[in-house]
Structure formats: C-alpha cells, structure tokens
Design a protein around this ligand. Structure first.
Ligand code: COI
Length: 353
C-alpha cells in the first residue's frame, strides 16, 4: 500500500462540537484502480478531487455501488470498527450484480484499517458520534458505448457524523412507487437505488412525511424497507422484519438487531409483513412500535404511518417500554466499547501508521 500523508492537515479546523452529517471529510482517502483485468496497488493520499470527465461510464450508466460503515472511539481513545467483514462481503455482492470486479479482502480490510488508523484523530468521541466510512466502487472508463466498463476505482472516504435523524419521523406506506423489483438490484447497494428513491420521497415530503415505507412492486401489500433503512414492526411483544431477498438489502444493523433481540429473549419473526396485518394491529391497539434501522441512523423511531389518505399515529413509548430504544442502546454500547460484546462484533483498529 502506498501511503502519502498530507502536509496540510485540516483536523485542527474541525470543530467536533459543531458539525452536520456528511459534510466534513477526513484528511485522507484511499483509492485503488482497476484496469487490464486486475486491481492495482491501493494508495492512501490527501483527500481531494480526482480528474474525471463527463464521459466517465460510472456516471453515464450507473455502474457504482457503495457501503456504509462506522468507526467508533471509546473513552480511552481506542478506535473500533463494527462487523467490517459484512460490508466487505456485501460490496462484492453489489459489485457482482452490477457486473463490476470484486475487490480483495486484503485491499478492503487493510486499506480500511490503515485509513482509520492514520486519521484516528477524526473519529469523534461522544454520544451518537462516529466516523462514517464510505467504501465505493465505480466505473472510471471514459467511453460511451453502453457495456460493462473495463476501468474502475475502489475508494474509501470518511466523514465524522452525529445522529442522522434525531426525532421520530412520519412515514408514508408506498402504494405506487417501488424501490426494487423481482430480478432487480434491490439487494445491492447500488447508487442508482438511492437516486430512484429521491423523487417518490420528495412527493412524500410534500405530503408531510419524512420517509417512505417501500412495499413490494407487484401488489404493494407487503413491507420491504423504509427510506434508506430496513424496517421493523412490533405487534404486542413480537418483532417482525421482512426477510432479506433479492429485493431487500441484507442490512448489518438489521442482522445485529435480530441477534440482539433473540439474545434478549424477544420473539423475532423474519417473515413477510403485510400492510393489512400492521393496520389491523393498529386498530386493535396491538401495534406498539415501527422503526427503521441502518448504519447511518442506527435506529429511527416512527411516530406515524400514512396509508392512502389516512394517518395512523403510533404510541409514544417511554424508553423503558420500547424494544427499539432498548436494542439500540445495547447495540451502541457494543459499538462504542461501553458494553460487553458477546458476539465478537467489535474490531479494534491497531496503531500502526
Ligand atoms: C447507511 O445507513 O449507511 C446508508 O446506506 C444510508 C446512507 C444512504 C446515508
């Protein structure tokens, strides 16, 4: 790995008490180029613009996928990654689905650890804070024939973050637009999945909803995801979450919530959830909580569901009554080294560079 450290660090201009999600970038980034059928040597270099033209295939035909993951700092200043092997596997699953070359475990893991190590001072410490890491792969070839590109870049950039959405939000259950389709790219973290969601989300925003609960493209009768998150529903004391499929992202936070819930002896049903089931439970007073989970948000509690022209308010549970907040607290405790990690999820970033 080539390491070229910056001579003009910006860390001293960064105010850890005053920043917003995803707007400040750490001093370095990792890049690695693919051509002639193989990945080259990864390079950590000062963060900054790269030279591409508008004829770059990735921005014309959308061969681009990414990951979202975080590094956390504990009270001793040690830095940890959370289940990074899941993101490594998933970026390759996404790359494969988009006909892009897979990245090696060595480039992904060693590159990630070295970048976080070099910029460890950028990992904020304090409640709800972390360093958000964005590995991505995109086609860099300059050509306009619609075909599989031959040149790519793997990059990792990172930004200090705080809670993504802090307040409970209202969400609209989709009855027309879809996030994914059978045989499509829903289970890949394809950049285009996010682009395609922006317009329906804008329409939902105009109706007073912050996000959408995506439903299946065929009947719109079953929950799939919510916004950029996986979705959970609690009916009485059972938690439901739609099973991962080719249409639903295999979320790392989703999997962690399921394992934590089981660890707490909470019944989890990883099975299709119909809109009908949820609204019937609401009318019987059995719908206790609905929430989204994802790396960026960790958990976002929903305060109301909108369906067709009706709004269904959800109970405002106290922290001690809420499964979502209890599981979130346990998860963040593990991520930030405040709690035991019975699952072996936390990986310490050793000081090497
Ligand atoms: C994540 O939770 O990492 C996501 O993918 C959301 C992101 C689009 C901000």
């Amino acid at each position: 790995m080539i390491i070229q450290k910056t001579t003009q660090p910006r860390i001293h201009n960064f105010d850890p008490k005053n920043f917003t999600f995803g707007n400040d970038f750490i001093d370095h980034m990792l890049i690695c180029e693919y051509e002639n059928g193989k990945w080259g040597e990864p390079k950590i270099m000062p963060y900054g613009p790269l030279g591409f033209t508008p004829a770059m295939m990735g921005i014309n035909y959308g061969q681009a996928c990414f990951e979202g993951m975080k590094a956390y700092k504990d009270k001793n200043g040690d830095v940890f990654l959370f289940r990074p092997e899941k993101n490594f596997k998933r970026i390759n699953k996404s790359a494969k689905r988009l006909a892009m070359p897979e990245i090696s475990e060595e480039i992904f893991m060693e590159g990630l650890k070295a970048l976080v190590d070099i910029d460890r001072d950028w990992v904020p410490y304090g409640e709800g804070t972390s360093l958000y890491l964005r590995p991505l792969i995109f086609a860099t070839e300059e050509a306009l024939k619609a075909r599989i590109a031959t040149k790519y870049m793997f990059a990792i950039v990172a930004t200090p973050v705080k809670n993504y959405y802090s307040e409970p939000i209202s969400v609209k259950i989709a009855d027309y637009y879809s996030r994914s389709a059978s045989g499509g790219v829903g289970s890949a973290k394809a950049a285009g999945n996010y682009a395609a969601a922006f317009y329906p989300t804008k329409l939902a925003n105009e109706e007073g909803y912050e996000q959408i609960i995506w439903t299946d493209d065929n009947t719109h009768e079953y929950f799939e995801e919510s916004g950029t998150m996986n979705v959970f529903v609690r009916i009485n004391d059972t938690i439901y979450t739609p099973p991962v499929s080719e249409k639903i992202l295999d979320g790392v936070t989703r999997d962690s919530f399921i394992q934590l819930a089981k660890h707490n002896n909470i019944e989890v049903k990883d099975e299709p959830i119909s809109v009908k089931l949820v609204l019937e439970a609401h009318s019987k007073g059995e719908l206790k909580e609905v929430w989204g989970v994802g790396t960026a948000v960790v958990t976002n509690v929903f305060k109301a569901l909108g369906y067709k022209d009706k709004k269904y308010n959800l109970p405002d549970l106290k922290e001690e009554e809420s499964f979502s907040l209890k599981l979130k607290k346990q998860l963040v405790g593990i991520q930030t080294n405040e709690a035991e990690d019975p699952f072996g999820w936390r990986i310490k970033v050793e000081k090497k560079y």
